[in-house]
Design a protein around this ligand. Structure first.
Ligand SMILES: NC(=O)c1ccc[n+]([C@@H]2O[C@H](COP(=O)([O-])OP(=O)(O)OC[C@H]3O[C@@H](n4cnc5c(N)ncnc54)[C@H](OP(=O)(O)O)[C@@H]3O)[C@@H](O)[C@H]2O)c1
Length: 258
């Protein structure tokens, strides 16, 4: 059974792996024996995260802005200097923007859609040749998109572009799953609330209310997200593609607890 869930020796890319959910995923993959390539926009964040994560295994980090197609291509080239094959791509880097309806800026839409939707598409197509090469009979390569429960629920806050972008990620997941099967399996994870920089202000102010909305009465922990990614990346999930897995303490599936 351990072999069924093993990702030992696999090569994984985690975009936005320098903090938050991406860091949690990178740490989990490293502890499970994978070699990990992380990225974010800031070179100093990349260096620091690579240093810290280096305690758990082999890490490479590259500073690229994945909201631009040209930088997605450059990240692929950075990775290609180290390897010909990638087994697991975790499209995690994401951004949000909140503003009242009347004031919602076009720049907010561009920032969110360029990274959350186009970035996922571009990274997947640019890494496709490496993912194809890593695929083995009975063990296809994997793309795991980090969506959000906000794709299917109305968010508590006016993040109009964000919720729309994550609904787009869910459908892009299905479309890519159809396109890339059987060599590459494509699934998404829809996290509920995790305490990261993106959620810091909201959870600091409304933490109690938000925790009470989940059926398990808490926010997500690193093992919650790492465990879901490791399952989807392992041989145990070779019959799963085009799925969106909520990792949210039941928030989106059972409705708010009362
Ligand atoms: N936290 C939650 O409760 C929650 C819930 C549902 C879904 N999610 C999703 O989970 C993912 C991670 O969120 P998080 O909460 O961990 O957010 P976070 O703490 O803000 O981390 C975002 C990561 O993405 C990187 N990033 C941001 N803009 C980028 C760009 N243009 N190009 C490349 N990298 C970029 C950031 O580094 P730099 O700033 O250095 O670029 C950072 O490493 C996102 O897709 C988010 O939508 C989060």
């Amino acid at each position: 059974m351990q072999d069924l869930f093993s990702i030992e020796g696999k090569k994984a890319v985690v975009t936005g792996g320098t903090r938050g959910i991406g860091y949690m995923i990178a740490e989990g993959l490293l502890k499970a024996g994978a070699e990990v390539f992380i990225s974010s926009r800031k070179a100093d964040s990349c260096e620091q995260a690579a240093r810290e994560l280096g305690r758990f295994g082999l890490v490479h980090a590259f500073a690229r802005d994945l909201s631009q197609e040209s930088e997605c291509r450059l990240l692929m080239e950075d990775i290609a200097e180290h390897t010909d094959t990638i087994d697991i791509l975790v499209n995690n880097a994401g951004a949000t923007w909140g503003a009242p309806l009347e004031e919602y800026p076009e720049s907010g839409w561009d920032r969110v859609m360029d990274l959350n939707v186009k970035g996922v598409f571009n990274m997947t197509r640019f890494l496709r040749p490496m993912l194809d090469r890593a695929a083995a009979p009975g063990d296809p390569s994997r793309v795991i998109n980090i969506s959000s429960i906000d794709a299917t629920m109305v968010p508590l806050f006016p993040a109009f572009a964000y919720s729309a972008s994550k609904a787009a990620v869910n459908h892009l997941t299905v479309h890519l799953a159809a396109e890339l099967a059987p060599t590459i399996l494509v699934n998404a994870i829809a996290p509920g609330p995790f305490h990261t920089k993106m959620m810091d202000a909201i959870l600091t102010e409304h933490g109690e209310e938000i925790r009470a909305m989940t059926r398990v009465g808490r926010t997500g922990e690193p093992d919650d997200i790492a465990g879901a990614v490791i399952f989807l990346a392992s041989r145990a999930a070779t019959y799963v593609t085009g799925a969106v897995l909520p990792v949210d303490g039941g928030l989106s599936t059972t409705g708010p607890a009362h």
